[in-house]
Design a protein around this ligand. Structure first.
Ligand SMILES: *[C@@H]1O[C@H](CO)[C@@H](O)[C@H](O)[C@H]1NC(C)=O
Ligand SMILES: *[C@@H]1O[C@H](CO)[C@@H](O)[C@H](O)[C@H]1NC(C)=O
Ligand SMILES: *[C@@H]1O[C@H](CO)[C@@H](O)[C@H](O)[C@H]1NC(C)=O
Ligand SMILES: *[C@@H]1O[C@H](CO)[C@@H](O)[C@H](O)[C@H]1NC(C)=O
Ligand SMILES: *[C@@H]1O[C@H](CO)[C@@H](O)[C@H](O)[C@H]1NC(C)=O
Ligand SMILES: *[C@@H]1O[C@H](CO)[C@@H](O)[C@H](O)[C@H]1NC(C)=O
Ligand SMILES: *[C@@H]1O[C@H](CO)[C@@H](O)[C@H](O)[C@H]1NC(C)=O
Ligand SMILES: *[C@@H]1O[C@H](CO)[C@@H](O)[C@H](O)[C@H]1NC(C)=O
Length: 762
């Protein structure tokens, strides 16, 4: 389903591009940044000024009246996220606008890429100790999601036992098609919808469900992953059965629907973020993003800057474009960028051979399957469809030759032939795409497949039975980095290492609208109140929920402090005691460009010892260091008094990335990259921390001073980290970790260090 969703968005994207070409001379939608300080005193509000500015554009063309340019061309007037508005403009009007007083910059509207019974246990959350009781399960923290809407009838939104809605909340539950204001409660405290941009794009569009109601499922899934309440006996047709609950089961949910089946436009998403800030959310969760834009061109980066200024924590998805490097979106220095990992459970089926040998494989076939034995036959490449058709009463075993599309072809051949079941021996890293099969299918690793093939070859009458709907716990190794999760470095800000952290994103079980089909058996659609989805879209709300727990436990912490706590306490080691591995690189150790600091660990994040904090001023210094023009910086900060006396690419971040990529280096002389950092002690009393750095191939790292002594809570100490290496590093990506440890290892504050020869050229 996640893959389908992404495909759908690609379709939207290409649709909108062709739309632009065919309608070149017609109006298009723009997000326009304005300098409010240029607003004439005569206007009491921005909206009037924006309308008048739009009206004045017609002077070039005809009469200066409001009639020729109706004010309806103004789509949104934004309050917090952008100083400016969105409007429908012809090319001539856009040119005229560029000369209007107060005009700063503009970008064309575009579509965005939209990228749990069990995950809570995997993350070590426990009702009696740790992050849940300490944070009161995230009580009173409000998580706002920009997504596809919500299915309020879900049991995951049951508000039984919840206290009243926090008095600071200013949000609303908007009515609309099949959605009534009374559908919100103390759990789902807000639901709004935004589609003026979508309608401006296509005034003739018919929006099937014009309300916050989720007609896709994505928003119901992400919001309940973040903050769903307890639901017993949740499962996907028997798979992953257990009690479902979100990461912060006592937090509140506010849904801002801006992703529509009919399209997902930035103008609407920005309006949704604007409203979420006005309403008073504490955490903003966005499982979507824009690729390859500079920070000052990326309205999501610009909008989230306003959120950070208001102390709102922002969690975003890295994207599903891995495993190549430099594929991630939301590489924005002020948000959390979340990669997707696997969990330590597999969903599948058990094949019982006639020899009584049991073989487990991956499967998500949702139908009911006979418990009888069937003849089982090995058909190798399974490419002879006429022969397969003669074997309908048998279980067919196929060996995937590992060519492009070979598994896909075998899968289709068995489906068309209609055999009892297909057993696919494959090492395809995208096997997840096939497991939700509409016919009985199992996917085996090579060694298990060999067991089955040997059994078939050495028996005259081979037989087997299959039990589906199995959940296998304790998968090793886990977590692993998924193949699809997008990789750093960040396009927009390469000096800040991204992604930040990894959270569960594979086969995540969460609530689902009961009228949206989740699977098919033969031609029949199947429905369920829970669905399994994979993607960084699923990882992001896990992190949003954990951030809500931290916010409840430490209300005074800044978004950067919360991010630092999440990052420096994350786990770099899997459940076999080895470094976390990357499915996208043949199970080699995952680099920080794939998983960030490591796998999120909520209990440890509660008590990080030290944090790397950052203020709005630090981010401004970074924008100055990126050599942005005053106007570009103003577009992001919405302030005309940006002080660039201290430009620096060296943000006080809990990770390090250094580029040794001078391809024109005359000699192999050494160069040194220096990083200044400040850590804040967030624990009562005095403590002493010692630095250690793991060896990093090709470079030498030193830390000065190597000991930091704190005498009180909130005390800050500085240190310098230097990486010495050749001008052009041999390794594409070399990495290690800096660790600050106090005595007795009560606090272990770990930061990834990456040295790379990768180019930052765009
Ligand atoms: C256009 O509308 C604005 C705001 O409604 C109003 O202030 C202005 O006087 C109008 N201008 C004309 C030329 O009608
Ligand atoms: C929503 O509520 C408003 C006022 O309460 C009402 O005017 C409007 O008709 C309602 N819309 C729908 C779709 O029910
Ligand atoms: C909304 O809910 C209220 C209370 O349950 C009910 O009285 C009203 O008729 C509902 N409105 C719509 C449009 O369904
Ligand atoms: C909307 O529909 C009308 C009537 O069918 C048509 O004339 C017009 O061109 C359509 N507009 C757009 C933008 O497709
Ligand atoms: C499987 O069996 C259960 C219990 O009899 C039934 O409720 C369900 O509809 C069946 N599923 C399918 C896909 O036929
Ligand atoms: C997958 O299997 C094919 C053939 O069975 C083999 O050629 C290939 O090397 C394998 N790939 C991996 C990543 O193990
Ligand atoms: C910014 O400009 C300075 C001076 O020209 C240059 O040294 C530096 O490399 C530039 N930084 C970036 C990020 O382009
Ligand atoms: C800019 O910041 C520096 C310190 O970073 C300060 O000395 C200076 O006064 C500031 N300038 C303005 C105009 O605020």
């Amino acid at each position: 389903m996640a893959a389908d969703h992404t495909k759908l968005l690609y379709v939207w994207l290409s649709f909108s591009i062709s739309f632009i070409f065919t309608k070149l001379v017609q109006a298009d939608n723009y997000i326009v940044h304005m300098d409010i300080s240029a607003m004439p005193k005569a206007f009491s509000g921005q909206q009037g000024w924006y309308s008048a500015t739009l009206a004045s554009l017609s002077t070039n063309l005809k009469a200066n009246t409001n009639a020729t340019i109706p004010s309806s061309r103004l789509i949104y007037s934004y309050n917090h996220v952008i100083q400016g508005f969105s409007a429908s403009l012809t090319p001539a009007e856009l040119e005229a606008l560029k000369n209007a007083p107060g005009y700063v910059s503009s970008v064309r509207d575009r579509t965005v890429k939209v990228d749990t019974t069990y995950s809570f246990k995997f993350l070590g959350l426990n009702s009696d100790t740790g992050a849940w009781p300490v944070s009161n399960f995230g009580k009173d923290v409000i998580i706002g999601l920009i997504d596809s809407g919500v299915w309020p009838e879900s049991e995951s939104f049951n508000d039984k036992g919840m206290s009243d809605v926090p008095s600071k909340w200013k949000g609303e539950c908007e009515n609309g098609t099949q959605f009534n204001s009374s559908m919100c409660n103390k759990k789902l405290i807000g639901a709004r919808y935004f589609n003026k941009g979508l309608i401006a794009h296509d005034p003739n569009i018919t929006i099937s469900i014009n309300s916050p109601r989720d007609t896709d499922g994505h928003g119901t899934h992400t919001s309940t992953t973040a903050a769903g309440t307890y639901v017993q006996d949740a499962s996907y047709f028997g798979y992953a059965k257990g009690t479902a609950r979100g990461m912060a089961p006592a937090a509140r949910v506010a849904m801002y629907k801006a992703l529509w089946d009919e399209g997902a436009y930035l103008t609407d998403i920005i309006a949704a973020i604007d409203q979420a800030i006005t309403d008073g959310v504490d955490v903003l969760s966005m499982s979507l993003g824009l690729d390859e834009l500079e920070l000052y061109e990326d309205p999501i980066a610009i909008a989230t800057f306003a959120a950070i200024e208001k102390n709102i924590f922002v969690s975003t998805s890295a994207g599903n474009a891995g495993p190549e490097l430099k594929t991630l979106h939301n590489g924005t220095p002020w948000v959390l960028t979340v990669a997707a990992g696997t969990m330590d459970r597999d969903l599948g089926a058990t094949l019982s051979l006639g020899s009584k040998v049991l073989v487990n494989g991956l499967a998500l076939y949702p139908g009911n399957f006979s418990s009888s034995q069937f003849p089982i036959v090995f058909m190798d490449a399974c490419d002879k469809t006429s022969e397969l058709r003669k074997l309908v009463q048998k279980i067919i075993v196929c060996q995937d030759p590992g060519k492009e599309d070979s598994l896909n072809d075998q899968f289709n051949n068995i489906q068309v032939a209609g055999n009892v079941a297909g057993v696919f021996i494959t090492n395809n890293s995208n096997v997840d795409i096939f497991t939700q099969s509409p016919f009985p299918a199992i996917f085996l690793e090579q060694k298990d497949g060999d067991t089955v093939v040997n059994y078939i070859k050495s028996n005259t009458d081979p037989k087997a039975s299959i039990e589906f709907k199995m959940t296998f716990q304790g998968t090793k190794p886990s977590p692993t980095v998924t193949s699809y999760t997008s990789r750093g470095p960040s396009y927009s800000c390469p000096s800040v290492l991204k992604p930040d952290i990894m959270a569960p994103g594979d086969s995540v079980l969460a609530a689902w609208p009961s009228n949206i089909a989740v699977a098919r058996v033969n031609e029949d659609s199947l429905f369920s109140n829970f669905n399994l989805l994979s993607g960084t879209s699923m990882a992001c709300p896990h992190a949003s929920g954990v951030a809500a727990l931290l916010k409840a436990a430490h209300p005074g912490w800044s978004p950067a402090a919360i991010r630092s706590a999440l990052m420096t306490t994350s786990d770099p080691i899997d459940n076999t005691g080895s470094p976390i591995k990357d499915i996208g690189s043949n199970l080699r150790p995952a680099t920080p460009l794939a998983m960030g600091s490591g796998h999120i660990n909520p209990n440890k994040a509660l008590d990080p010892g030290l944090v790397y904090d950052a203020t709005v001023e630090d981010y401004v210094n970074l924008l100055c260091g990126l050599n942005f023009t005053a106007q570009q910086i103003k577009t992001i900060t919405k302030s005309s008094s940006n002080n660039c006396s201290n430009p620096s690419l060296d943000l006080n971040y809990p990770s390090f990335i250094a580029y040794f990529n001078d391809r024109n280096a005359q000699s192999n002389s050494k160069t040194v990259k220096e990083f200044q950092r400040t850590v804040t002690n967030v624990v009562e009393g005095s403590s002493a921390y010692k630095a250690t750095v793991t060896p990093i191939k090709g470079v030498k790292v030193t830390v000065e001073p190597a000991t930091l002594v704190f005498n009180a809570k909130n005390e800050k100490k500085n240190f310098k980290l230097s990486i010495e290496g050749p001008r052009q590093l041999d390794e594409a990506v070399s990495f290690g970790f800096l660790t600050w440890e106090d005595s007795g290892r009560k606090h272990v504050v770990r930061s990834p260090i990456v040295a790379t020869s990768y180019s930052t050229e765009k």
